[in-house]
Write a protein that binds this ligand. Structure first.
Ligand code: SF4
Ligand code: SF4
Ligand code: SF4
Ligand code: FES
Length: 606
């Protein structure tokens, strides 16, 4: 029997991503088998944690104190983990993560390229604690900031600290959090409200979901601290309806916090009262907009209202309200505990702290990443993301969700902060980053986002409702081969009108994907319109595939990958594509080892 077997803690990732790969089976199997294992005398602690960020490589299992991290673990690996790693301290090579940048297998995940460049503040506890255990949160300094605030600080001192930290709202607008709290604190109407925006609607984004699922108490603590500083006794968590696990974990945490005196009347004997209620989101993208979200909590249609009435003065039920998003709340406890100066030293001068990004698209490592503000886009894509899948040519990055802009590879040194991204015509948004390679058509990307946004426009403003639809029609024409040269000018002018005449952020930012793709990829628009060619091979009407005779070595790989047998040719002979059979799936293009499959323009004029 091995002595070290008695000292271990096993953390099994049970965030939404890993649960989808059956991580709960791994967790249950480990619990069951370790309990009955005669070689283990003292029970090993096994915890189901929130997301570790690398969901695609999940289920993730971490073993402490050995710092061994296993990826893609399944229930059938459990016996081997117990026998080899837990009992004998052996490492199972097969379950280690292979780092493509370092070209080696990694034992402790913190040494992997994906993790070692990160700095975790908002995500500091996720993956290390059981989100359903307030004791786990308390062990990692949980509720210490609240204690400090309630017993050692005046409300104005709290606001001063948050303001000095330079924290800006992480939901997209980047408004200084402390300034928002200070303005709200000055209004004397009562009751005042504190709201957490957990209505994360950007396709592919899951930053807020992970925090709600993996560390619900940090949000609760941040909101109570705000309540104390602005004299509010009531808060609401508005959670996207699809986020079932996030809602469940938040509900559980609120209940437990109430039972232990961290919520409700006379919080931890301080004399301050504050309680929280969860509201399920209405399912519309526009409900992420602050005034639409408040209308939805009130039970009204989730439509934005004019911004000349500020919600800090007349927000929920027309009473002073502070609304911040999940990630912003998660930053509050560490700022109070470690001080504004500590936070200020992280990031850049006007953009302090860190930002959580959801890195997706054609990048080798996709997942949740928290990095200091001002980190270069290239570091995110190549150092953390480990570059482009199959090492294809890198083309662009889209930041900021559906209304964000596309940044071309020439500007990869742009620092990731609110100011620099907006100078590029894009935005931080809530932190979505989509990486694109040479098989991405920038005109189609713009069309896709216009389709998404035209469906999500609430319809209140004509410019947004009709304008986005018109942009969508024009872009559809271009991608289907019916584009006209004047379309580019019409798109630009329509975009500017929609931005200036729409009421809320959805309309004001919706044209970004179109305007930035025209600005940085005008050649692709021209190629579609003038040459009837989609060089990415995405727009089917504008694509043909052919094999270049000079370079084809007759390996037959393209033929094997063709789903409709459109390719003929014997081994070591030049292969040929039959255009009449080809369905333009692009498999041969991406599979050919010699880059011999080429993309041509439309087979016929439209
Ligand atoms: S800009 Fe669009 S989403 Fe916003 S209020 Fe107007 S119509 Fe509704
Ligand atoms: S995969 Fe490329 S090199 Fe091989 S036969 Fe096809 S076109 Fe030729
Ligand atoms: S594009 Fe697809 S269907 Fe056409 S030849 Fe290549 S593999 Fe076959
Ligand atoms: S859910 Fe397990 S790594 Fe994200």
């Amino acid at each position: 029997m091995n002595d070290i077997s008695n000292k271990r803690k096993i953390l099994v990732c049970c965030g939404t991503g890993c649960l989808a790969s059956n991580s709960y089976e791994v967790y249950e199997s480990l619990k069951e088998k370790l309990e009955i294992n005669p070689n283990i005398i003292v029970q090993i602690e096994i915890k189901a944690t929130g997301c570790n960020g690398l969901c695609e490589k999940g289920p993730v299992v971490k073993i402490h104190p050995d710092d061994i991290s296993y990826f893609k673990v399944s229930a059938k690996d459990v016996d081997e983990i117990i026998e080899k790693t837990i009992t004998n301290g052996e490492i199972i090579n097969r379950l280690l993560y292979f780092d493509t940048n370092q070209k080696k297998k990694i034992i402790n995940h913190m040494d992997a390229s994906f993790y070692k460049h990160q700095r975790k503040i908002a995500l500091r506890n996720i993956g290390e604690i059981d989100p359903l255990s307030i004791e786990d949160y308390l062990e990692r300094d949980g509720y210490k900031a609240l204690h400090k605030v309630l017993f050692e600080m005046e409300p104005m001192e709290v606001i001063d600290e948050v303001e000095k930290s330079g924290l800006k709202g992480r939901g997209g607008a980047g408004f200084p959090t402390g300034t928002k709290w200070r303005t709200c604190s000055k209004f004397e109407d009562y009751p005042k409200y504190v709201i957490c925006n957990g209505d994360e609607g950007d396709p592919g984004a899951f930053m807020d979901r992970s925090i709600m699922e993996g560390d619900p108490n940090t949000i609760i603590e941040g909101m109570i601290i705000c309540g104390y500083s602005i004299n509010s006794n009531k808060g609401y968590l508005y959670i996207r309806d699809e986020y079932e696990l996030a809602r469940k974990n938040m509900e559980f945490a609120i209940d437990k916090a109430r039972k232990l005196g961290y919520l409700g009347e006379n919080i931890i004997g301080s004399g301050f009262d504050f309680d929280l209620e969860i509201v399920r989101g209405g399912g519309a993208f526009v409900c992420g907009e602050s005034s639409a979200l408040m209308a939805s909590i009130e039970g009204n249609v989730g439509e934005p209202r004019a911004k000349y009435i500020r919600s800090v003065e007349k927000g929920l039920w027309n009473m002073p309200t502070v609304l911040n998003n999940v990630e912003t709340w998660a930053n509050i406890p560490p700022i109070i505990l470690n001080g504004a100066n500590w936070f200020n030293k992280i990031g850049t001068e006007n953009n302090s702290g860190t930002k959580v990004f959801s890195l997706v698209g054609k990048v080798k490592n996709t997942g949740l990443v928290e990095i200091p503000m001002g980190t270069k886009l290239s570091e995110l894509v190549f150092d953390i993301g480990c570059g482009i899948i199959k090492n294809r040519p890198f083309k662009a990055v889209q930041t900021g969700g559906p209304s964000g802009g596309c940044i071309p590879k020439e500007y990869m040194d742009v620092p990731l902060d609110f100011d620099s991204l907006s100078k590029m015509g894009s935005m931080m948004g809530s932190g979505g980053v989509i990486v694109m390679d040479d098989t991405t058509c920038m005109v189609e990307i713009a069309r896709y986002y216009m389709e998404f946004l035209s469906e999500e426009s609430c319809g209140k403003c004509t410019t947004c409702r009709e304008g986005i639809k018109m942009m969508l029609n024009i872009l559809t024409n271009i991608t289907e081969g019916r584009g006209q040269l004047e379309d580019i000018h019409i798109l630009e002018s329509l975009g500017k009108t929609i931005m200036s005449a729409s009421l809320c952020a959805l309309g004001k930012t919706a044209p970004n994907p179109v305007l930035t793709t025209i600005q940085y990829f005008r050649n692709e628009y021209m190629d579609h319109i003038v040459n009837h060619k989609c060089s990415a091979g995405v727009c089917k009407n504008l694509t043909t595939y052919f094999i270049e005779e000079e370079t084809c070595i007759g390996c037959g790989i393209c033929k094997k990958n063709c789903p409709v047998n459109a390719i003929t040719g014997s081994l070591k002979e030049i292969h040929v594509i039959d255009e009449d059979i080809c369905i333009k799936c692009g498999n041969c293009f991406t599979a050919c080892p010699k880059d011999s499959v080429k993309i041509g323009g439309a087979a016929y004029a439209y």
